[in-house]
Design a protein around this ligand. Structure first.
Ligand code: PLP
Length: 411
């Protein structure tokens, strides 16, 4: 046994303090339930930040983990492996894409996408076509390039000069996009539903306008589907329900159900600009991650699972409507599939964190998306009983906040 005693307090003593984790320490999970080190159980509406799309400890994923884990974990990119080739085939069968590059995270998938777009423009049109357009409130990862492209200045400020050639435009603003996209534009990167930025869906007309402007000026359209992908929207990728096809798509989060893996998907023509040695990674495409992701893709792409996401979406929105009917908490509930955001009314503006904390105290794991929005991104196969139990607990938790608020107002 291990004789190192650790608690939540240890976090503050041994970790770089970029996170402020909850007071409890999760220890194990099964489906949409999690138990902490004290044995308390939680209903999981967060899925490890939209990652564990098939819940915790899924038996078929465990089987693959054990089988591939006893065969080969890692071999390096001087050699290929069967799991990664099967994974690429599956993803390409499901999408517009016919080439894949594998990485270990969403940020790295976006880094690859942005570098590919820059390389394509450089080789086809010259050094001046380098502008990358993205949108305010967007989130594309935490590497220095992706954080600079992302539309939340608080994440990129204070690290010295940012890479040049990045323009931020308002999201869903067709006129602004039409005005800004031009011959200098190399790529436009957009989330079909902004996740971290507050669960804000793109208008289909906005995406269509981006596609048209990109076509007009030979710019590439990149869809960041790191959060919306792998079934989250009720379609395997969210673009498939927009009528717009990107040139490059990035995917991660749910792709490995918690095993770190990301991918950039694109076409043969574009992929040809990444010649041997132009880009790379040590772990990307390793057989263990690829085998797990292949099983995830197989399971999630089942039409019954995707249909189940759309059904659960309605059930979850129904629970939120009931909560709202009782307490009057939300100005809007929005999103698609099982990426749902509930924006708090003025009375609770800026207090999403309080709701998340209260939820934890009542046995619910959940998320916010900025200070004003509660975010629900549970397992795509969450049992409906667990969902009901979760909302029963949230009713108690939120009732306490509402009660305290009413007292404060009447004093
Ligand atoms: C989470 C996220 C990322 C970053 O992914 P990491 O795996 O944390 O690097 C990028 N884009 C979007 C849309 C995301 O939601």
């Amino acid at each position: 046994m291990n004789d190192l005693t650790v608690t939540r307090q240890t976090f503050d003593e041994v970790m770089v303090p970029v996170f402020a984790p909850a007071a409890f320490v999760p220890d194990r999970g099964l489906g949409s339930r999690v138990w902490d080190t004290q044995g308390r159980d939680y209903i999981d509406f967060a899925g490890g930040i939209a990652v564990t799309a098939l819940g915790h400890a899924h038996p078929e994923l465990l089987k693959v983990l054990h089988e591939q884990g006893s065969k080969l974990w890692h071999i390096g990119n001087g050699y290929t492996n069967e799991p990664v080739l099967r994974l690429a085939k599956r993803l390409e069968d499901l999408t517009f894409a016919d080439r894949a590059f594998f990485a270990n995270s969403g940020a790295e998938a976006n880094e690859a996408a942005l570098k590919l777009a820059r390389r394509v423009a450089f080789e086809r049109y010259g050094a001046d076509k380098a502008e990358i357009i993205s949108f305010t409130q967007s989130f594309h990862g935490r590497t220095f390039f992706t954080v600079s492209v992302g539309g939340q200045p608080k994440y990129s400020e204070g690290f010295g000069p940012v890479p040049a050639g990045i323009t931020h435009l308002p999201y869903n603003d067709i006129e602004a996009a039409k005005k800004a996209i031009g011959p200098q534009t190399c790529a436009v990167i957009v989330e079909p539903i902004q996740g971290e930025g507050g669960v804000i869906p793109a208008d289909p007309a906005f995406l269509k306008a981006l596609r048209e402007a990109c076509d007009q000026y030979n710019a590439l359209l990149i869809f960041d589907e790191v959060q919306t992908g792998v079934g989250r929207s009720g379609h395997f990728y969210a673009y498939q329900d927009t009528g717009v096809t990107p040139d490059i798509l990035t995917t991660a989060k749910a792709l490995g159900n918690g095993f770190p893996i990301g991918a950039m998907l694109t076409t043969t023509d574009l992929a040809a600009h990444f010649k041997v040695g132009v880009h790379g990674t040590t772990y990307g495409g390793n057989p263990l991650g690829a085998a797990i992701a292949e099983k995830v893709v197989e399971l999630v792409s089942d039409p019954k699972v995707l249909e189940g996401v759309r059904t659960r979406s309605e059930v979850l929105k129904g629970h939120l409507a009931k909560l709202d009917g009782r307490f009057g908490l939300f100005t809007q509930v929005r999103g698609k599939g099982l990426l749902i955001g509930a924006e708090l009314t003025d009375a609770y503006k800026g207090r999403a964190k309080d709701f998340v904390t209260a939820a934890g105290e009542h046995g619910v794991i959940m998320l916010m998306a900025g200070p004003d929005v509660l975010r629900f991104v549970p397992s795509l196969i969450m049992p409906l009983d667990d969902m009901s139990e979760g909302f029963a607990r949230l009713t108690k938790a939120f009732g306490e906040i509402v009660g305290a608020n009413a007292q404060a107002v009447s004093r």
